[in-house]
Design a protein around this ligand. Structure first.
Ligand code: GLU
Length: 290
């Protein structure tokens, strides 16, 4: 067996908190214990929310925690070409279509449908895309594109599943005795997900799958909030013919009220804790790591 490859993949859209420290340390420790590699990846595809100062702070905070990583760091914003190639591959299979509605228009469409019957929601609680643009004629699509209308490329989920068949991923801890076990993927729960936008030629789902494969990541250890996203990731791996890693979705660090941590809280931000004189060893203790 080749040595395992782990990664931590934050988005530089805010400062790191205890939840990030837990995830990063878990990956780093696992790589060390198993003689594997630890990679850091900067997920900065969203130019409107990501900032260089947050990226610099990520490096600083991780170093302070005693974490080291392999160079060079992969920054997603430098690899839009790789994601575009994947979109082309999916388009060649007839699995992608452009949709032109704004968020507000989609909300109105869903609202109208909800008056008639409950409308399905994805695992994150967002209403599924109603599929309205799927039936546009090729001429109409071309006309809208040529007119410079904003668009999003969506995966035709029904066609994608028909092509890929039923899928499962390997999850550490999902076996009957806590060992690795199979989880049945349910990509249909997400509907026709967005894979790229006019202004950002990729999406979280697409770039994470491409990068994990390109970087040879063998074990994805990340928060349980991303558990069901893995259904979409597994589907994309199958459609693109790329390797699937093993997954482990860890519990999230929560605040006293049981809420998920946000990027900007005084009590749990790594910068704030450091400024208050908390040492890195104490951070380990706070997140329950030895
Ligand atoms: N960039 C994602 C985040 O900050 C994590 C992606 C992943 O681990 O798959 O939430």
């Amino acid at each position: 067996m080749p040595p395992p490859v782990f990664r931590f993949a934050p988005s530089p859209n805010g400062h790191l908190h205890l939840g990030h420290a837990y995830s990063a340390l878990l990956n780093f420790d696992s790589a060390r214990q198993r003689g594997g590699a630890f990679l850091l990846r900067i997920e900065d595809i969203d130019a409107t929310r990501c900032r260089p100062e947050y990226e610099a702070a990520i490096y600083e905070d991780l170093r302070w925690l005693g974490i080291t990583w392999e160079e060079p760091v992969r920054r997603q914003s430098e690899h839009f070409g790789a994601y575009r190639d994947a979109i082309d591959k999916l388009a060649a299979q007839g699995l992608i279509y452009p949709s032109f509605e704004s968020r507000a228009e989609i909300a109105r469409l869903v609202e109208a449908r909800e008056k008639v019957a409950p409308w399905p929601r994805d695992p994150d609680g967002a209403p599924l895309y109603p599929g309205t643009a799927k039936t546009l004629s090729p001429t109409e699509r071309e006309r809208l594109m040529a007119a410079g209308a904003p668009f999003a490329f969506r995966l035709d989920m029904e066609a994608a599943i028909a092509r890929a068949g039923s899928l499962a991923w390997i999850e550490q801890g999902a076996g009957p005795d806590g060992e690795a076990g199979e989880v049945a993927a349910r990509p249909e729960a997400w509907g026709d997900v967005i894979l790229a936008r006019k202004e950002t030629p990729t999406s979280y789902h697409l770039s994470v799958v491409i990068d994990d494969a390109l970087q040879g990541v063998s074990e994805v250890v990340r928060g349980e909030d991303l558990f069901w996203s893995t259904s979409v990731h597994r589907l994309l791996q199958q459609l693109l013919g790329i390797a699937q890693p093993i997954y482990r979705h860890h519990p999230l660090i929560r605040d006293e009220a049981g809420q998920k941590l946000s990027k900007s809280t005084q009590a749990t931000g790594l910068r704030e804790l450091r400024a208050a004189g908390v040492p890195p060893t104490k951070i380990r203790q706070l997140v329950g790591l030895p």
